[in-house]
Structure formats: structure tokens, C-alpha cells
Design a protein around this ligand. Sequence first.
Ligand code: CTP
Ligand code: MG
Length: 245
Amino acid sequence: MRRIAVIIPAAGKGERFGRREKKIFAKLDGRPIFLRTLELFVNRDDVCQTILVVSRADLEEVKTRYGANLGFMGVRICEGGEARYDSVRAALEIVNDDAELVAIHDAVRPCATDAVIDAVFAEAAKTGAAILASPLQGTIKRVSDSGTIDATVPRERLYEAQTPQVFKRQVIAEAYANPPESMEGVTDDACLVERTGHPVSIVESNFTNLKITTRADITLANAILKARPAAKPQKKLGAFEEAQW
Ligand code: CTP
Ligand code: MG
């Protein structure tokens, strides 16, 4: 049985979501986004540890409102930092020594299916580093400063990175131990691993593993969840069967 530590960064400010409600607590079909995301992992046989990273501003609320629930699920809470990088680094420090792989998955990607999670876990076990990614669908234009098109970029071999991003524990530890001088352009964990020279494999996913960024994404995520077969509560707490599409 594989031993996988799962880090769920949830310490962002959710600025693009708006201030009316904190993004990670917003409800998706009646339940907070971050809880739905945690439930994708906590009952998996191959997961040995789950760490939820929360901002200092949200710690009290998470502990008071959800502490019992999280304790029951065996979730460890840790305090995040200013940038996502700082949040993941804080969690890496408390990953169990006996974890073989570390999976990092945005708290705001609640629609990942068991099937894509299985696939990226398996690929990372084989290669040491693998991420989910979705092939680009549209026509891609590179635009000049003046707002006119410089080039139409062929979309072959272009992918949008998603999470989970999964690495052998030593591979991600080494990447975080030797960060670049500037974090400009470093927008995911794979990027740090790529810099070390370790190859990172792509496991193909699709747009349904969306990241909740703005309020409109809630409508989309609700539609995606609704289109899937109903959960079987006796099998997994809140987990959903694989989507047909
Ligand atoms: N995140 C984090 N710590 C940070 C910044 C981001 O743990 N300092 C987490 C977010 O909570 C989210 C994930 O990283 O689960 C992806 O980030 P993003 O979608 O950008 O969310 P936010 O940073 O919260 O949103 P925004 O950029 O609009 O403020
Ligand atoms: Mg952000």
C-alpha cells in the first residue's frame, strides 16, 4: 500500500472571489468547498496523512466551526503564509518521514474525481513527479503591448496545469530547499521541481477539475457535481463516483 501525504493549501485571501464571503467557506451544494475537497482524500487507503493549511486570519474560525469534524477525519491543521509557496512550505515541514509521496491539491478544486486522483497518484509512484493537466481547447493568441495579435500559438502540446501535483517526498523537499531567488513566474509546485531538472509527467485531465476563482465558478462547479451520479455515502464520506464525462 502506497503512503501518500496530502497537503491542501487553503490559506489564500480569495480576492478574486470577492469579499462578501470567504472563498474556502463558500458552499457548494450545501457544504463548504474546503470540506468537499478534503473528503476526496481522507478515506483513501493510500493516504497516510492529510494537512489543511489555513491562514492566520481563518485559524480560529476553522478550529471553532470545523475542528471536531476535521479531528474526526484525522486532518492536521497548519498555519499558512503570505504566498502559496509559504503555505506549502509550512506544510512540508510537518509531513511524516514515512510518507513516500506528497500530493498537493488546492482546497478550491473540489470537483476532482477518484479516477483522475488514482491516475496521477499511480504515475507519480512510477516516475517520481506527476501532475494533472488539461489540454488547451481554444485558439491561443499572443498579443503585443499595443493590444494587437503578434502570433497564433499552436495549441498542440499546450496544457493548463491543475492539481493534484504529486512528488516523491525527497523530490519536492529538495525543490523547496533550493528555491529560486525570485518567485516571479513560479505559479505551481511543479515549476519548482522542473527547475531541479527532475522530469515531471502530465496526466491528462479535463476542465471539470476546475479551480474556484470567481463567484461564477460556483455555478459551474454545482452543475458539474449535479451531472455526476449520486454519492454512495456508505462507501465514502461525501466522495463522488467517477464522472461519465
Ligand atoms: N493559497 C494558500 N496560501 C496562499 C495563497 C493561496 O494556501 N498564501 C491557496 C488558496 O487557498 C487556494 C490555492 O492556494 O486553495 C490556489 O490559490 P488561488 O486560487 O489563487 O486562491 P486565492 O489565493 O485564495 O485567491 P486570490 O488569488 O483570488 O486571492
Ligand atoms: Mg491566489
